[in-house]
Ligand binder design. Sequence first.
Ligand code: SF4
Length: 321
Amino acid sequence: MALVGIAKLASQSELLEAKRQVQYFEIPSRSILNRTKPGMPFHWTINPYRGCEFGCKYCYARYTHEFMGMEDGREFESRIYAKAATPEILRRELRGTPRDDAIAIGTATDPYQPAERRFGRTRALLEVFAQEKGRRVSITTKSDLVARDLDLLREVARRNVLSINVTITTLNRRLARMMEPRAPRPDLRLAAVRALSEAGLCVGVYPNPILPMITDSERSLDALAAAACHAGAQYFGGGPLFLMPSAKKIFFPFLDERFPKLAESYSKLYAGGAYLGGAYKAQLRERVARMRERHGLGSAPVEYRPELWEGEEQGTLFPLH
Ligand code: SF4
């Protein structure tokens, strides 16, 4: 079959480096800001990498890579593409983007996965935001590498409204290693939450995705919310596992191997589609809300006014003409 579009670009990408079974490539990009569909909590997304080395067994993002010809879910975690020339592209695209639009970094792949240590594509984009003013930016990651950029993140937050979402699914190291084989340990992620919070940044913890019968117990979520609060997180939230067919191809064999007694229950739960709704979702929402209340956590980032806005006329930030 002839390759087209992104799949063609990916097949022609230059090999940057090969490590163990992981290969890193550079992929040309025409655009870095991707418009979301209506109804999303943000208007634009940015993903500096394609593919994600963390290799979480439940990863929903595999389906977003099928169009690159990565139909075997394992390529998603072993062929990592760093997008090229992104700061220049971002600067250009921001010129035509309303300041008040919410921009989310790290929605399809982790912006602080191991490739970031080598190629610094996320950091390069943050440097652009540090020169901006009045933007609304969020970052989602399950890596403690985010704390490397503490000073830069503070610069971004002085001029823009910034929130950082750290994903921690469980405090159980063994379980985390099983489900998220190459992601940093939960205690390291908590240490990053603490460092961000102590630096005065707006940070929250999301136990996403919450896995039925594996991480959804009151005890597990309570321990997570308590640890998040103790580390200085300001908000906490989470929703149930979303299982597209491409994620099932990896997740179901994982269940068969590690949780064979749950395999049948999962097949029934997800027989109707990728989303879990109804009573389960409602009960989970209630449980997460109870945890928030118990530990004094908010449900969303706190709105704040960046330091550099103080004393400024709003009209200078959001000109009407
Ligand atoms: S960190 Fe996120 S994008 Fe990366 S493998 Fe895990 S779930 Fe997927």
